[in-house]
Design a protein around this ligand. Structure first.
Ligand code: MUC
Ligand code: MG
Length: 365
């Protein structure tokens, strides 16, 4: 089987509720649907989400890189040769999300060719995983209300509260969620929004409030500050923006700057994510599957990877923020019930893009 073509289709879906966090805001999901076509008639799909403030990529850059640079590198390859595909794409620096989207679409094609789910192909550890929901910036009371609604609707009991504003606001937000759901597991993500003194002040108070982890408190470049915070807090400092590739993860761990890793399939696909998982297992560093506000197709990639591996299947994965979107390319999946998200039964990532929805949202008509 050979890859015959790769498509990159820009599409836009408004957010019902803008995703706001310390490093930026997303009002519309200006994403890219990447499709890997094969001469067997099978097509693999993946969703790419541009995050300029994290990777420097835009919707236009992803479309251009996939179409003009990556597609010619992978056309003609066997889709099952995922290491070949990865190696060809890895000759391009940066562009994490564009490269990962090719990897994920190729893996989806492999699953469809073989008639098995990507999650089984990757390791098949569990049929489902616990879900975590991210609470974007809002008034503390509104964040608590959202947590209550998501808990009532989906049974989710783990929440990542976005922080990185004024320490008093951050503490008020976490306290409001804590009071609304006393038994919930809470952790926080500052998206590098705090100064070092604010991180010390807010972080200490949040640890006191019982948060289980603190993600990216300060600038990634402040290596000494990050080491100080890692030593200061009894809960792990989680690397996210500092952990965007295998090499970044290794440096963050070995530099003593993180004690846990957020792995995102949207930026390291499945192939590099497996390497990151192996590195973290070797170093004894906990790893969970994080999110960049994926739509449903992106969330299915996260679910597939999280459920496939023993290390990630037991930790809540951030897979429910497709709820923030007003529409999607998929309907129905993923299914979240009793706080757990299931691997769909179908081959590959387990879902087919709804062509009517794609026609509605695509921007290259
Ligand atoms: C996170 O973990 O930082 C922030 C921006 C984005 O796209 O996703 C996030 C979540
Ligand atoms: Mg984060």
């Amino acid at each position: 089987v050979r890859i015959t073509a790769v498509e990159a289709i820009p599409f836009a879906v408004p957010y019902r509720r803008p995703a706001r966090f310390a490093s930026g805001q997303v009002d519309t999901a200006d994403n890219v649907l990447v499709r890997v076509h094969t001469d067997a008639g099978v097509v693999g799909s993946a969703e790419a989400q541009p995050r300029p403030y994290t990777y420097g990529e835009t919707q236009a850059s992803i479309v251009s890189l996939v179409r003009d640079v990556l597609a010619p590198r992978v056309v003609g390859l066997d889709p099952l040769a995922v290491e070949q595909i990865h190696a060809r794409c890895a000759t391009i620096a940066g562009n994490q999300v564009a490269r990962a989207s090719i990897d994920l679409a190729a893996w989806d094609a492999v699953g469809r060719l073989l008639g098995v789910s990507c999650s089984r192909l990757l390791g098949g550890f569990a049929p489902d995983v616990p879900a975590a929901h991210m609470l974007s910036f809002d008034e503390p009371a509104a964040m608590a209300e959202e947590a209550l609604a998501v808990h009532a609707e989906l049974g989710v009991t783990t929440f990542k509260v976005k922080v990185g504003r004024e320490p008093d606001v951050d503490v008020a937000a976490v306290r409001a969620v804590r009071e609304a759901l006393p038994a919930a597991a809470l952790y926080v993500d500052a998206n590098r929004g705090w100064s070092l003194p604010d991180a010390q002040r807010a972080g200490d108070a949040l640890v006191e409030l019982g948060v289980s982890a603190i993600e990216e408190p300060i600038a990634v470049e402040d290596h000494a500050g990050r080491r100080r915070l890692t030593e200061r807090w009894s809960v792990p400092l989680v690397g996210d923006e500092s952990a965007i590739s295998l090499d970044h993860v290794e440096r963050a761990i070995d530099g003593g700057e993180v004690r846990a890793i957020s792995l995102k399939t949207a930026r390291t696909g499945f192939t590099e994510s497996r390497r990151i998982l192996g590195l973290c297992l070797g170093r004894g560093v906990p790893i969970h599957v994080g999110s960049q506000y994926e739509g449903r197709l992106g969330a299915l990639a996260s679910v597939a990877f999280a459920a496939a591996h023993a290390e990630t299947a037991v930790r809540p994965a951030e897979v429910t923020n497709f709820l923030d979107l007003s529409g999607d390319l998929l309907a129905g999946l993923p299914v979240v019930r009793d706080g757990r998200v299931a691997v769909p039964a179908g081959p590959g990532l387990g879902a087919d893009v709804d062509e009517d929805a794609l026609h509605r949202y695509r921007e290259d008509r």
